[in-house]
Design a protein around this ligand. Sequence first.
Ligand code: ATP
Ligand code: MG
Length: 566
Amino acid sequence: MLFSQLLIPTLKESPAEAEVISHKLLMRAGFIRKLTSGVYSYLPLGLMALRKIERIVREEMNAAGAQEVLLPMVQPADLWAESGRLKKYGPELLRFRDRHDRESCLGPTHEEVITDLVRNNIHSYRGLPVNLYQIQTKFRDEIRPRFGLMRGREFIMKDAYSFDASSDAADRSYEAMKYAYHRIFTRCGLRFRAVEADTGTIGGNFSHEFMVLAETGEDTIVICRSCSYAANLEKAACAAPAPASDEMQPAAKVETPGKRKVEAVCEFLGIEPSRLLKTLIYRADGQPVAVLVRGDHEVQPVKLKNALKASEVELATDEECFAATGTPTGYLGPLGLKIPVIADQAVLGMRNFVTGGGEKNFHLTNVNLGRDFTPGQVADLRMVTPGDRCPLCGGELELTRGIEVGHIFKLGIAYSEALNARFLDAEGEMRPFIMGCYGIGVSRVLAAAIEQNHDQDGIVFPLPLAPFKVIVVNLGFADEAVGQAARSLYQALRESGIETLLDDRDERPGSKFKDADLLGIPFRVTVGKRFASGGLVEIRERASGKITELALAEAVERLARLTATD
Ligand code: ATP
Ligand code: MG
């Protein structure tokens, strides 16, 4: 295609509201334009890049045996009432009334619609398994739409839903999707990790988030330096410490007037925070629980919730703490508590530590677990920190940042039960479908690819996602032979099936080079002075800046090799 004929409204400056690099560059390179908060138009180059992602997604979903459908965006509120989500989903669900005063909503996700489709059309185990997917525009009235395509209100998602007759079969459907996702993000040319995510009530390793690794990511993820272990911060586990073996010293009560905070107590007593035991009171489903962690560690509420098998945990207020223990906060300790006590496993590695004294202005020193108190439960409760040990291999854990581009989840029977979606099994019994759901934020993938791949000059597209693989820069405006050579090279590249953009604009070389860099096209071929003097053209690789000069006649073959992808 010709640069002069495409709508590529590049900008010198990025809009003031653009906070992250992908948003800035997508705007500056003329890929997107904002219509209103969280709602964007895709211009030709933006759409081309999106289509690249969609194509890879489609090919891999089809290869995994999923079937493409296209479901309505407008959905009747009744269906959402049936699943119970009309109330639960909250204001992210955009609701409106039609001319007949029927309540409708715009689909933020399609579990209800797909379950309705399947309950009406599949009645027997013979029709299973089935996996249906679509690539479609979603609407979520996000409270804070921001970062351009990263968190829009309107965005493009691939969503797939599997229906199986047994839990084992559902696990196989899940594994097939996990494999397909690995292939998709590998083929997109992205550095990513599949991380274990919290499954809440479902349990097992049946929720993974696919994270594109990028320093600017919103999510913190934990990865092992030595093995493939990766988990999000809510779920990340760490290895238990070696049990303490130092000799126990006699416990003593010390006065610590006004010292309530960890730092203050440690400074006053001249100890490290790792020698202090914090006692925190949480409310788990309304009931008080004492939670013990080392002074330098933090409780991870999701891990606590799972360990207690509670559906909600919340830190208690000072008043609630006092009501549950009779001690003001700051001086709480585990001794003599009348409420359940749960300790983080790291506490097993502590000896002769300090705890609150159970009364105002006092602490206890040389306290020991087993001798002075015994918690009812010990579990892995804390937030992992860098340098902790991997639960699988003992290697060093590292915290890094990622952008969630995909999420796979074994749903079980929650939706099929709620919507009474059942099939006749081989024994003649009616049973609910066992479901899984699998999302990819297609438009977010484009933003994430740029967050991961850019430099100070612009986008550096991974080859498989670039709207064009090659840009031919014609610098032959004063020399017809040069212009002719650029045009014929462009034709020859196109005939070889290489997606090529010809920069045919009568602009200064500098500004053409700047635009080529900004757009992130992987290979730039310049036809200019060196062609006039010696028949040579220059190929420059966007990512490495590597320059190769070669004869025009060799350029097509060389570029065909350089741009080959699977
Ligand atoms: P998040 O935690 O980022 O809000 P989510 O848990 O709401 O994500 P899902 O409901 O699992 O996301 O949606 C599937 C995928 O759709 C996500 O993995 C993400 O890539 C993408 N996605 C979700 N919300 C948005 C949004 N507002 N804009 C763009 N992409 C989104
Ligand atoms: Mg969300």
